[in-house]
Design a protein around this ligand. Structure first.
Ligand code: C5P
Length: 234
């Protein structure tokens, strides 16, 4: 894969509390990653204006708005309609609410905003799934929800690297966005089950979400370049 193609597959997770910190990281990562994942912490603190600022100041960086929305279809439609004005490339919604909810989001999103369905949170183990009333295993739930996402016309799913085989089977044409990625030899932090960039790409991931290995590096651009190199050589 070319370096440019590899860059397009790398999403840096910008888990910071202020617009200043987010814009600073964006300025240092433009040209080194394809996309920034901006999530709830930043969005709740700074509101939608920070998304517009990133898009305006760093137009080469696409934005993945990770809000993991979950509500009744009418409310989801409203949220997606508002999100369309922000210039994000992707937005996350929970897949667990079913096909009708996902379809409502897809219809409202139009062409420019891709709906990514979150299958099962990786923080949910078998016991948590049982506590939530599910009788299926987490892996079966992931596969079933990936199928729902495909049927609803979602752009892709978010899943762990360990689930890629099932997701590739259930939804071969969808984007597979995978967090929990650590370059070989890196500190895994609080992530439990991690994969290297090359292994995740080899297993079918189309996009990798990488946070701290990039954002806590002394040279964030260099850290991103090294991950791009590993993706390109996968
Ligand atoms: O710093 P790190 O690379 O662990 O960051 C991973 C990012 O992906 C974080 O923003 C985290 O919230 C997110 N994420 C995850 N596992 C999921 C879904 C999202 O780690 N299942």
């Amino acid at each position: 894969m070319t370096t440019d193609a590899a860059k397009g597959r790398l999403i840096a997770a910008i888990d910071v509390p202020t617009a200043t910190a987010a814009l600073d990281l964006a300025s240092r990562l433009e040209g080194h990653v394809g996309m920034l994942k901006l999530g709830l912490q930043l969005f709740v603190a700074e509101g939608p204006s920070v998304i517009r600022q990133v898009r305006e100041q760093f137009p080469e960086l696409e934005v993945f708005l990770d809000l993991k929305l979950h509500d009744i279809p009418n409310t989801m439609r409203g949220a997606i309609r508002s999100a369309r004005t922000l210039g994000a490339r992707f937005i996350t919604v929970h897949a667990g609410s079913g096909i009708a909810h996902l379809k409502a989001c897809v219809e409202e999103a139009g062409e420019d905003l891709g709906i990514l369905a979150v299958t099962v949170l990786t923080s949910q183990d078998e016991q948590a799934c049982r506590e939530a009333g599910h009788t299926r295993s987490a892996a079966d739930l992931v596969a079933m929800r990936a199928e729902c996402a495909r049927e609803a016309g979602c752009a892709g799913v978010v899943c762990s690297g360990q689930e890629l085989a099932r997701v590739c089977e259930a939804a071969p044409d969808l984007f597979k966005v995978v967090p929990g990625i650590r370059p070989a030899g890196a500190d895994i932090g609080d992530q439990k089950r991690v994969m290297t960039p090359a292994v995740a790409i080899g297993a079918g991931a189309t996009h990798l979400v990488v946070g701290r290995p990039i954002t806590t590096a002394s040279d964030v651009a260099l850290a991103a370049d090294e991950i791009v190199r590993q993706i390109a050589s996968a």
